[in-house]
Design a protein around this ligand. Structure first.
Ligand SMILES: C=C(C[SeH])C(=O)N1CCC[C@H]1C(=O)O
Ligand SMILES: [Zn+2]
Length: 597
């Protein structure tokens, strides 16, 4: 509609989006300076810029409300108005705002700078999570050493942050109420623009639980064979320190302990990369070439000049991988402490997915430069990785010998994928079910730590290697809990990525329903301009339209639906059911005894 008032509104939002873009540029520049050089001075300077931006955002929200733009005749204006009135923490008064940002950034600094003492040399206390502790958790097969690093990390990265976390819960609750949300949990959930989304989250977890129980039972059985009955129970919770990851959110780093067909060994991509003298930069170039092969954007020169792709030796950085949009001149960057191995080959693709999304929607007004569903942003890179890390694609890079897998190798490969994609789901589910309960005041503060471990046992059948009590406080040992990063986005991404993968594989002529020669786990969309075009259309919309509209245009679906994921893994699921019943593997678990009952 072109009525005068709509034209006036469009001019107003054009001006305001231009100023908002400049504020985003200033915020992310200050945050990047802090994240790539963790000092008190940089932390404080970042908060000053955030506070200035918050006060401007508050004025904008008041102007939007005063202009009654949420009732505009134009749907685009209405959407922008609704989003710009949504202030989050910016609604706090300046002193509360500063206290909240100080609490969050102090937890982040602690996480980034925590080091622990070596198991083999107790006087050396310089070991950092990346790369040292992660390397020990992935490669040590000594339960005592694994328990040492588990305890060192949780005691130093978790418990000391309890005070900051209490402030964080109090002040985010206050902010949620200022925005008329019942809790900060409800504020987080509202970004999914679907009143039914929490119920769908629960339904999706329940739909995948039978498959997870088959994997959990098989892994517990094989771990017990390897470590013995004193270490691994027959029917109880799996001790999480044995699973190759500090939070047991993916178990594929210890797959050698339970490969279904050990006579069909995996090609160790890490060894091949070393043999072929891969550099860190080469990993990013591979990812860049993949996106370009789809007709998507190349990484700009500024990416290569301004990113931090390896841990610097002269300063502290936040190593946890992140992708950055500076909202100006296609200035997009990644900050991560890359190592040459399969885990980081995945993370590189994951982060490049964020970068591609930034580049695809950069023409949108600032308010729409984001994903319409937080799960979409976390799924983009993972979709590319499903092709890029497939046996077929790795063969084309001469990183594996066999491109076409025989049945046993196929089960091995599907099992390795399931140890990150399926195993992740109860973890992701728990990260936010726990925080929802905390934010909604459903847990007595005196029970916060035991409730955390009770939920990890209930939803995932895992437990700590040693007893924990309410005088410990373990949740901040996970980055996202320190950094105020909502986690349902990753759970949703693990479902959406298979829906996207199926659509792209079909467009690339790599998948046909029911065709055993063109299955989802043997699809590589590399070079498909048709798939790339559909992906570009989906990504370039940014947050300008509801996620169900852009999803339907892309895949024909209008819901988060695990059917594509279950189709991808079906051969493994059938194999596990047969193998577990053949071996008499008990399924399921009881309550953990690692917390006081
Ligand atoms: C790589 C990132 C940065 Se957005 C990350 O946090 N991820 C990627 C998958 C799960 C989650 C995690 O590490 O917990
Ligand atoms: Zn991500």
């Amino acid at each position: 509609s072109c009525s005068a008032s709509v034209l006036q509104a469009q001019r107003f939002f054009e001006q305001e989006n231009s100023k908002l873009r400049e504020r985003y540029h200033a915020e992310y520049s200050a945050a990047y300076t802090y994240n790539t050089n963790v000092t008190e001075e940089n932390r404080r300077a970042m908060i000053v810029v955030y506070a200035e931006s918050a006060s401007q955002n508050k004025l904008l929200a008041q102007a939007v409300r005063a202009g009654d733009y949420a009732k505009s005749a134009d749907a685009n204006i209405r959407r922008q108005a609704r989003m710009l009135q949504d202030l989050g923490a910016d609604a706090l008064d300046p002193s509360d705002y500063l206290e909240l940002k100080n609490a969050i950034s102090s937890m982040q600094s602690n996480y980034a700078t925590t080091s622990v003492c070596s198991y083999t040399n107790r006087t050396d206390c310089s070991l950092t999570l990346e790369p040292h502790i992660q390397e020990r958790l992935a490669n040590s097969r000594d339960p005592a050493e694994l328990a040492w690093y588990w305890r060192e990390w949780y005691d130093k990265a978790g418990t000391p942050m309890r005070g900051n976390f209490e402030k964080y819960v109090r002040l985010t609750r206050k902010a949620a109420h200022l925005n008329d949300y019942r809790s900060y949990a409800d504020y987080w959930v509202h970004f999914y623009e679907d009143a039914d989304f929490e119920r769908q989250l629960d339904a999706t977890y329940k739909a995948l639980l039978p498959f997870y129980r088959q994997i959990h039972g098989y892994v517990r059985y094989r771990l017990r064979q390897h470590y013995g009955p004193e270490v691994v129970p027959a029917e109880g919770n799996i001790p999480m320190h044995l699973l190759g990851n500090m939070w047991a959110q993916s178990w594929n780093d210890v797959i050698d302990l339970f490969t279904p067909y050990p006579e069909k060994p995996f090609v160790d991509v890490k060894l091949e990369m070393e043999r072929q003298e891969y550099s860190v930069r080469k990993l990013f170039e591979l990812g860049d070439q993949f996106f370009q092969s789809l007709g998507m954007r190349a990484l700009p020169a500024s990416f290569w000049n301004l990113s931090v792709l390896e841990r610097p030796t002269d300063r502290e950085v936040v190593c946890h991988a992140s992708a950055w949009d500076f909202y100006q001149d296609s200035d997009v960057r990644i900050k991560m402490c890359t190592e040459l191995n399969t885990h980081y080959l995945y993370v590189v693709h994951h982060e490049l997915g964020h970068i591609q999304y930034y580049l695809q929607y950069e023409q949108q007004p600032a308010v729409f430069r984001g994903a319409p569903n937080p799960g979409f942003h976390e799924a983009v890179g993972d979709v590319i990785a499903l092709s890029a890390m497939s046996a077929k694609h790795l063969k084309s890079l001469n990183l594996t010998r066999s491109g076409r897998l025989d049945e046993k190798s196929r089960i091995n490969e599907l099992f390795k994928q399931a140890l990150s994609k399926i195993v992740f789901l109860p973890f992701g589910y728990t990260m936010d079910k726990y925080r929802y309960a905390v934010f909604r005041g459903e847990l007595d503060e005196s029970q916060w730590n035991c409730a955390f471990w009770q939920m990890r046992s209930e939803f995932g059948g895992l437990e700590p290697p040693l007893t924990r009590s309410n005088s410990d406080f373990d949740p901040p040992a996970k980055y996202h809990i320190d950094a105020d990063v909502e986690y349902l986005r990753y759970f949703a991404a693990h479902i959406f990525q298979f829906q996207f993968h199926r659509a792209l594989c079909r467009l690339a002529g790599q998948y046909a329903p029911g065709d055993s020669q063109q299955t989802l786990d043997n699809c590589d969309i590399f070079g498909s301009k048709k798939a790339g075009q559909a992906f570009k259309t989906f990504l370039s919309a940014g947050n300008s339209k509801h996620w169900k509209i852009v999803l339907e245009e892309f895949t024909g679906e209008t819901e988060m639906d695990p059917a594509a994921l279950l189709e991808y893994f079906d051969p493994l699921y059938q194999w596990l059911k047969q193998e577990n019943s053949r071996l008499g593997v008990p399924l399921g678990w009881g309550n953990t005894n690692k917390i006081p009952s």
